[in-house]
Design a protein around this ligand. Structure first.
Ligand SMILES: [Zn+2]
Ligand SMILES: [Zn+2]
Length: 290
């Protein structure tokens, strides 16, 4: 199910250190697509898990379940949040030296973003079907997770194996995440596409994600691209410069622009956001504490 069909109900607060993993599967006869669970830090919702068959596009249920298993096996790895949070750009900041997150790009495609692996300074993107540029939706999710204090977010699109069809993105994203969690660099691995789904089924059945079948190593850094984008606001996210930008992500500029100034602030991130653009001068709370 596309993420746009999900309704996300954020709770007022969450504990980024909570170890609880409380998952309530949605029963078949329930009409709602999502349901809240007690701990919003981890898996707030879990769609019904559809079986992995020969050629289905993986739904959010199986992707979330895979991330839940990985989190239980590797509790020191941050991120691995419920992917549904990305649909409304509400990922909390990822914690820990290393983090992983499978992200839906808003257009029926899954990819993996990661930090703390191989090039620990930068966010890494592992995409089995990359476009010319990383989509704005993914960049906004990435910035939500990273929350860099810098004015620019640098990320590296890693060269990795490409899917040979239109439906294997989720399988590859899970395989990439599993490799990283087990100390392997997916850019050095050639997976065996014919065996990935059988392996995933076994992993789900045993609730243990082990490295996916691979045949040989590929050269490092093949096709690697270093890119960057500006981030803004107290939330340190992108401006989401897209035709479908939500109104809540409109921004206003601070009129002082001091040394601690965030320059631009999202409407959703400051209650004092001016109603009209021609209102009198406006200052961000870094420049004029309130
Ligand atoms: Zn913001
Ligand atoms: Zn300011």
């Amino acid at each position: 199910m596309p993420e746009s069909d999900h309704e996300v109900a954020m709770e007022d607060s969450f504990s980024p250190t909570s170890p609880d993993l409380v998952v309530i599967p949605v029963e078949e006869n329930q009409s709602t697509t999502c349901m809240p669970i007690r701990d919003p830090y981890m898996l707030k919702f879990l769609d019904k898990v559809e079986p992995v068959i020969k050629n289905n596009w993986l739904d959010t249920g199986i992707v979330n379940l895979a991330m839940k298993i990985l989190k239980l096996q590797h509790p020191h790895i941050g991120g691995l949040y419920c992917s549904t949070l990305g649909g409304s750009l509400e990922f909390p900041g990822a914690t820990g030296q290393q983090w992983l997150q499978i992200v839906h790009d808003g257009a029926n495609h899954w990819l993996l973003i990661a930090k703390g692996f191989s090039l620990p300074e930068h966010v890494l993107v592992y995409d089995s079907s990359p476009g010319v540029n990383v989509r704005q939706h993914v960049l906004s999710c990435m910035a939500s997770l990273l929350q860099t204090p810098k004015r620019t977010m640098t990320y590296i699109v890693k060269g990795c194996q490409k899917q040979g069809n239109s439906f294997d993105c989720g399988v590859f994203a899970i395989a990439f995440a599993t490799s990283l969690a087990n100390g392997q660099d997916p850019s050095e691995i050639m997976y065996d596409p014919a065996k990935l789904r059988d392996h995933l089924r076994t992993c789900i059945d045993t609730e243990l994600l082990s490295p996916f079948p691979s045949t040989y190593c590929r050269p490092r850094n093949r096709g690697e691209k270093i890119q960057s984008t500006d981030v803004f606001c107290y939330c340190r996210r992108t401006d989401y410069a897209s035709d479908c930008k939500p109104a809540s992500l409109e921004m206003v500029a601070c009129d002082i622009r001091g040394s601690n100034c965030v320059l631009w602030v999202h409407k959703m991130c400051d209650d004092t956001f001016p109603v009209e653009s021609n209102d009198s001068e406006w200052y961000c709370k870094n420049c004029v504490p309130r």
